[in-house]
Design a protein around this ligand. Sequence first.
Ligand SMILES: [Zn+2]
Length: 205
Amino acid sequence: MKPNKSSIRMTQYRIKPQSGTALTLQKGQILRIIDVEGEQVSDLACFVLGNINEYFSSGRTIDYNEKIYLSTGDILYSNQSNPMLSVLNDKVGKHDLLFAPCSREMLALSYGITEAHPNCLDNLTNHLGQYGIKASQITNVFNIFMNATLSAHGNITIAPPLSKAGDYIDLRAHMDLIVGITACSAKKCNNYHCTSIDVEIFEAV
Ligand SMILES: [Zn+2]
């Protein structure tokens, strides 16, 4: 089921630095998220097409995988405990399930940034709005390539992503989905240099 010579690439799209997009994914299609230059985080929010009250749950995903770092073979679950996406291929092996998308409030509280600044929550809201999804419904995201490490005492350290230029993760859809994706706008988790994310969709054949 992994993209190979017989897979057909249906879509290719570049998310510019500090921006986002939203798209629909059909059951069986494979979504590839590519770190173009390296050390760039991409937030992914996910809703069921036709029922936006069912959405990706980081809590359920941590629970059923019994881990906080997902990689090849692991499954992203919904708030109703249904599989939404499977990790088919993963060139990095370290992503984050703990953090909410960066937001105006987070940038103010954590970094004292009070002037207007791009952020993942606004970028997700702007693009998912066309599907009737509001900011208050975007609570859980899969922070692809984000390198957050938990200590034995529960402290979290954010380090530069382990992803190098061209590294990617492939996610296969278990159902028809609405997916919001960003090139994260925060500084620290992107090693203080915000760059692009490429998105490709493959039809498995
Ligand atoms: Zn962000």
